[in-house]
Design a protein. Structure first.
Ligand code: AMP
Length: 187
């Protein structure tokens, strides 16, 4: 199975991705995690991405597309994968289509987790106290929310038109949300 998990910052994508990965035996590819590892290791890719991440801006599409094409070609991705935090823009979604064509693969579904925006900001401010993430400060959180609605939300329509979009209520307990996602995927 090949899935995309979408939703505004703080909606719990990472938590749900881990659970879905275990349930379906998929590789979990979080572009945020991959980029943070590159930054920590001070690789060329990390050095080119750090400023964007720290300011809540998106890392340029070409960087993401190269990075993801390399990753999706790795043998472990043959068993199926869950994309978390990618694609984030229309050019990334179109670039992903080209990559998938080259790999002779299709997406099975795009799950969009939904929740109230104010609640999300509060959740992220709380997470920022313990996450150690350089971009979990109130100012950068607001910026990341804006970027989501401007650059990423248009993808919902893109995938709706392709018949791939499945919207799932992202409020409630962690296990309730997982159940809801699995039910939606299997309906
Ligand atoms: P996340 O962990 O998904 O919230 O991502 C943290 C940060 O990494 C984002 O605010 C962006 O700066 C960068 N990032 C992650 N994924 C992408 C992507 N698909 N396109 C551009 N930037 C990204």
């Amino acid at each position: 199975m090949r899935l995309v998990l979408m939703g505004p910052p703080g909606v719990g994508k990472g938590t749900q991705a881990t659970r879905l990965k275990d349930h379906y035996g998929l590789v979990h590819l979080s572009t945020g995690d991959i980029l943070r590892q590159e930054v920590a290791a001070k690789t060329d890719l990390g050095l080119r991405s750090k400023e964007f991440i720290d300011h809540g801006h998106l890392v340029p599409d070409e960087i993401l597309l190269d990075m993801m094409e390399n990753r999706l070609r790795q043998p472990d991705c043959q068993k199926g994968y869950l994309l978390d935090g990618f694609p984030r823009t229309i050019p990334q979604a179109k670039g992903l289509e080209i990559i998938l064509q080259r790999l002779n693969q299709n997406l099975d579904a795009v799950i969009s987790l939904t929740a109230d925006e104010q609640e999300l900001i509060q959740r992220l401010v709380l997470r920022g106290k313990t996450s150690g993430r350089s971009d979990d400060t109130p100012e950068v959180i607001k910026k990341r929310q804006r970027v989501y609605w401007e650059a990423t939300a248009p993808l919902l329509e893109f995938y709706r038109q392709k018949g791939l979009l499945k919207e799932v209520d992202g409020t409630g307990s962690v296990s309730e949300i997982t159940e809801r996602i699995i039910k939606t995927l299997e309906s």
